[in-house]
Design a protein around this ligand. Sequence first.
Ligand SMILES: Cc1cc2nc3c(=O)[nH]c(=O)nc-3n(C[C@H](O)[C@H](O)[C@H](O)COP(=O)(O)OP(=O)(O)OC[C@H]3O[C@@H](n4cnc5c(N)ncnc54)[C@H](O)[C@@H]3O)c2cc1C
Length: 383
Amino acid sequence: MSSYDVIIIGAGSVGVPTAMALAEKGVRTLVLDQNASPGQGENKHAIGGIRATHSSPGKILVALRSLEIFSSWEENTGEDIEWLRGGYLFPVYRKEEEDILKGILPIQKKYGLNIDYVGPEKIKKVLPGISEEGLRGGTFSPEDGSASPLLAINAFYRKAVSNGAEFRFGVHVEAISCKKGKVKGVMAGGDVYKAPVVVDAAGPFSAPVCNTAGVKIPVYSDSHEAAITEPVESFFACMVVDLRPGPGSKNFYFYQNKRGQVVFCITPDPPIIGTDKRETSVFLPQVSARMVSLLPRLKNLRVRRMWRGLYPMTPDGSPIVGWNREVDGLLHATGMCGQGFMLGPGVGELVMRMVVGETTENDNVILEEFSPYREFAGQEALK
Ligand SMILES: Cc1cc2nc3c(=O)[nH]c(=O)nc-3n(C[C@H](O)[C@H](O)[C@H](O)COP(=O)(O)OP(=O)(O)OC[C@H]3O[C@@H](n4cnc5c(N)ncnc54)[C@H](O)[C@@H]3O)c2cc1C
């Protein structure tokens, strides 16, 4: 088989923009995916939220770059990915959430986020009809937004191909091949594909993929459900995140997309570990009760479709991006948890700089935070 500079395992939220960035730099790049087309793993399960409002420097820096890419895409390429700059709103009803959000404001501001803790009047303007009882205020970051994961990944895919990246679909990678501690390529479908660098962008399946090279990577999957309503006239533009726990759930979040459809998700508590993607009968009554109590005017909306997908989780809720120290040439870009769609383009450019040896000072901050060799002891506040 012909050889490449880099082989990426996975044409998902991370693999596709990584191929786009590498090929643009002239790196001969091959992407292999077991599915039939780009984004058919977890990318298509994302609801499209894109925020730089995180609680740690690395994620903020990566997401700020992603935001630039998403928000300027139509202007730069003429392609509509349904980007909508509606901001992220975290309304607050209890002191617990107020303390968490106020506690992370200094770091968010230090790294350049346009975000403030605002009072109830501002919240009511941003989300007309929000339940006022006990509303204390909340944070609002107007520059965050949303886009269609389906349109975005296909746009990135077309750009990657026009930049010169090669994609092969319907190809299951059986093993990363190594010799004397060095990556030689991958084995897939009885063929050997050669490259000195292999990027692990296999998302929830990173652990079994890396295992084939004798590498243990702490990525596991838990499942989350989402749903989308019929379209109605637009009446709010922000992503709303309610951090309060409820029975059987942690936070929930929703927004109205560019087509007028409300898209929503909830975080189950305890988490549902595993790869089961069958929809449940628990999700819809659970999440809709919470949404209608927060925003009563949602009560007449009809739900069109629901689905369940996987978060590629890590023990501390932060991504894993970095060179493997045991197997030379193996680069991890995985463990994106619930944020792979929004982090993908920023991570893609970071991986490109790592491959071509052009990392920056900010990259060092990011890479320390995302290191595969960190302790995994902390917990990201907004994971
Ligand atoms: C309900 C829900 C809502 C979400 N909402 C958001 C959101 O609003 N914003 C956000 O940023 N994120 C969101 N996410 C999270 C997001 O979907 C994931 O973090 C992201 O898709 C992970 O990207 P990835 O590239 O790591 O994995 P994927 O996109 O799954 O890509 C991995 C690819 O690797 C391929 N692969 C794996 N193993 C092999 C192999 N052995 N051989 C060949 N190919 C292989 C798979 O087929 C897949 O295509 C949501 C997730 C869910 C489930």
